[in-house]
Write a protein that binds this ligand. Sequence first.
Ligand code: UDP
Length: 343
Amino acid sequence: MKDKIIVTGGCGYIGSHTVITLIHHNYEVVIIDDLSNSSPQILDRIESISGVRPHFEQVDLKSFEATQAVFKTHKDAKAVIHFAAHKAVAESIQNPLMYYQNNLFSLLNVLKAQQENSINHLIFSSSATVYGNPSKMPITEDAPTQRSSSPYGNTKKIAEEILEDFTNSQSEISVISLRYFNPIGAHASGQIGEFPSGIPNNLMPYITQTAAGIREKLMVFGNDYPTKDGTPIRDYIHVVDLAEAHLKALERLLDASATSSLEVFNLGTGNGFSVLEMIKAFEAVSGRPLNYEITDRRPGDVPEMFASTTLAKNVLKWEASRNLKDMIQSSWTWEQNLRSELK
Ligand code: UDP
């Protein structure tokens, strides 16, 4: 058994896939999750896929006392991967205080508890949303960050600023912040995947739920953008590729290979697909037509986002290996087979 790693939000979408990758590489995983947007059954699924049941602690990271207590119990951990956060853009616009409180208090508490228990490595879940509406494609990590149009996006931008100040202030804790582009897809077993509560905000779960008959039709938010077919372009990335990037980042921190106390990497494929291309690709993979309608633009959407992958390739030694067909096929399998069984 290798080192013990704390994974906050380990029952969530990206967290659960990362936990499986870590277990496959013999790490001992402690999941901390408040189950506010995930199911405890995920632990059974993780066990069935990996053969190992991770330690589980149901803790609300907004409470410093609770965070400190659980970190003290696991002070032999070597690193923290901090996924736990609220992530629904529309909900964050309705309820900004909930988002600032949850996403920022939890980060502050994790950092303080790490400091008090000398757990000196952190991987932070950031997002390409920190780039706002970037002027140059592909987006490189040195592009300026911008105020987001949503409180959710702003929590990621502010979190990175907090991490910058924190890592500048003392040398003990080193951090890698990973800026995800558009994660989709599911584990090849079909046993875990994205499980949005209520009406999905994101394109892929909306597509699969429409095809499954849970939603009547997909609304395509605008076809008058300055792109090849008028619909916005995004860099979709397979969640298992993302999970593997977390493993690379972890190894980089544990080997002390990081060259500064805060490193930032884009996690994308470098390829952009439009909404209409995603619909066509889904129809080809699933063999069924998708009911959709063009409607107005969604406020805050930007025309085009795709990653420069050079830094991740050269420094993190990681690049995405799964293609769009793998992403869509696994999302669709997950939707059809097992999603409905989770409570
Ligand atoms: N989108 C859409 N209908 C939906 C959900 C999303 O047309 O029901 C579009 C959205 O306008 C964007 C793309 O799909 O261009 C990806 O949206 P998502 O919310 O998944 O990711 P983000 O906008 O955060 O990149």
